[in-house]
Design a protein around this ligand. Sequence first.
Ligand code: FES
Length: 361
Amino acid sequence: MSIDSPHEVGAAPGVPSNEELAAMSAEEAMIVGAEIEGVHIVHRRERYPIAGTMAEKRAERTIAGIFLLGFLAAVGFIVVFCGAVPFEWHLPGEGNQDFQYFTPLLGALLGLALACVGIGVVLWAKWLMPEEEVVQERHDGPSPESEQIMSSATLISGFNDLGVARRSMLKTTIGLAGGALALTPLIALVGAMIKKPNEGAGQSLFHTLWAANVAVVDANGTRVSPDDMLPGSIQTVFPGVPGGVQAGDSPTLLIRLRPGQTIKARKGQAGFQWGDFVAFSKICTHAGCPASLYEQQTGRLLCPCHQSQFNVLEDAKPIFGPATRSLPKLPLGIAVVDGRQYFIAKGDFPEAIGPAFWERP
Ligand code: FES
């Protein structure tokens, strides 16, 4: 294998011509290219100089088994996600939580699939690819075309070292595991179409724990009275039922308007206000952050996540930022207990709270 033949224009001295390179095997060209690049292959030998030995087949079968396990785990993830395991989310305190390990199971299956593919690839390199030791020098500047050809040869040689052509079992199993794994990000979209998120008991996306005559309480569970709040103040309140303070969709902002401030109510919701008190869902209609920065002089409510602003005086209509829907309003009422007035809800929010979704009417 000579490397002293004529060079192409611009090629470095000692670089073989394109014709000479074309006549070499990928491995030979890779070695020549490595030497010219300052990458010295100190030691290189096949792990199994005689192809097809029992030891090689055993290593291949072990790796194929790992890929197969990864494939099964990825398929398991898809099947569980699409509803093979009975699971229905319920509001706290309502109904059975069917299968409490649903989410951990999904995580374990996806983790197992990723781990199997990763471990399989590492073992393939360690057990089946040629063993080599190299020392590399660094260089600056662009490479001439001949060196680019040699770099390609390096890649091709590396691919040949994988032995994909003669290891059909590994090729099939890594294809299965990788293919199934690649499907898992899509299944979150497709799976939700197979199993609608609002199906099942109570259509949970459309209802919260608020209901007629449910007491309005603070974070400590204490009933809230109109006398507790000064004009212009706000308070986060919850439904006074078991699990009401913990329920993620129930936080509500109770606002006492300043003297002279009025609200232009939405159609059919004129009676939702009680005196100068009004209550809106605290869950931002953009992406669900708590919108609770209230500017009492202007009646503007700011969501800190992406700066959406809602004008409380226009019934919490969005006036700035990415939110496009008004905050749902809670119908407020009053109950008298031991001679003192306390807030109650007159019903649930009339529409789904939080971010939009495609089935929202
Ligand atoms: S979540 Fe409120 S603006 Fe994005």
